[in-house]
Design a binder for this molecule. Structure first.
Ligand code: SF4
Length: 334
């Protein structure tokens, strides 16, 4: 059985686990193609207008998979760690996708709810196995393999490998071509280091981000993202907030920003937000205030389906010029 995994939303975070789990259960998982303008247009037609850009992109990928998959993997994610939540859109995703696609293709929709511990993952794996008509006994073994691959990939991210590079190494994406987070060979000149933060599906999807990472690397900049910062440093950074953030991804992004600013690892921060996203409007504002207090140059780019590449890159170039002029004026030690 061919099960399609949309290359969207939390694919960028959990693809190693999902892919390995499905493969070990004996089905044939495959990933939809990289997002294009056509993917986005298809998603816009299927989604309600108020949906955020990443959800529209997700629907575009589901539409592509409906034509070639025997089932599409759309987990119902409530929580991915104890005592924390993620955006409610992830909970409603199977319902929204089901309504958008009608009866074109069956959806595989395991419930992932880890609020009370890792038992939620075993239940999700058993649900996948049950839905595929596979003996549930095999689910634990497949889950263990999936988790081992996921942890190995996350460890690689924490050592500075950008997720698209690590996913390409696993064969889940075409070869990324280019280095990890440093400037690509042949870049015009070596420049400074930037933090590029936001939800992983905004930062790593080349269509959604208007190829920001690749363009920065090609221009000679090094980049850090929330995923390339070790998880314990992000946690420590997030604890600086007077009140705990209960959104898993928002906490990671804020913690990464706090770490990058306090360690002086970057000369500036770019935050990629989705228009109409509640979590982004809060976390983006918190990061902007922190950057102002610490005197770190900060650029917020809000993305939707109408965002144009030329306008965004003009703003980014102006921001990069500002950083370089600021660095040139800074007193040199000694
Ligand atoms: S967190 Fe924001 S961008 Fe992500 S799915 Fe929710 S509303 Fe959309």
């Amino acid at each position: 059985m061919r099960v399609g995994i949309p290359q969207a939303l939390l694919f960028w975070t959990y693809a190693p686990l999902w892919f390995t789990l499905l493969k070990d259960l004996g089905v044939e998982p495959f990933v939809s193609r990289a997002t294009t303008r056509a993917t986005l247009d298809a998603g816009v037609k299927l989604a309600v207008e108020e949906a955020c850009l990443p959800v529209k992109v997700f629907f575009g990928h589901c539409a592509e998979l409906a034509a070639s998959a025997e089932a599409v993997f759309v987990p119902r994610l409530v929580s991915v760690e104890p005592r924390a939540y993620i955006c409610p859109k992830f909970m409603g995703l199977p319902d929204m996708a089901g309504r958008a696609l009608g009866r074109q293709v069956p959806l595989l929709t395991p419930l992932v709810d880890l609020r009370r511990g890792a038992g939620g993952l075993s239940a999700a794996a058993a649900e996948v196995a049950g839905a595929l008509g596979i003996r549930r006994r095999r689910a634990e073994q497949a889950l263990a393999c999936g988790l081992a691959v996921q942890r190995a990939v996350e460890a690689r991210w924490g050592r500075g490998c950008l997720p698209p590079v690590a996913l390409a190494e696993l064969g889940l994406l075409p070869a990324a071509g280019g280095g990890d987070r440093g400037p690509v060979p042949g870049a015009a000149r070596r420049r400074g280091r930037l933090g590029v933060l936001g939800h992983p599906y905004n930062v790593y999807d080349r269509q959604v981000s208007l190829d920001l990472l690749a363009r920065l690397l090609a221009a000679g900049w090094s980049v850090e993202t929330a995923e390339t910062i070790p998880a314990d440093e992000c946690e420590a950074g997030a604890r600086e907030l007077p009140k705990e953030l209960f959104w898993t991804m928002g906490r990671r992004v804020y913690g990464a920003a706090a770490y990058l600013m306090s360690s002086g690892a970057v000369e500036g921060l770019i935050y990629l937000a989705s228009f109409g996203c509640g979590p982004d409007s809060l976390v983006g504002e918190l990061v902007a205030r922190l950057a102002e207090r610490r005197g770190v140059p900060f650029l917020l780019l809000t993305l939707d389906e109408h965002t144009g590449e030329a306008g965004v890159w003009t703003r980014v170039e102006a921001f990069l010029d500002l950083i370089e002029r600021r660095e040139a004026r800074a007193p040199r030690p000694g």
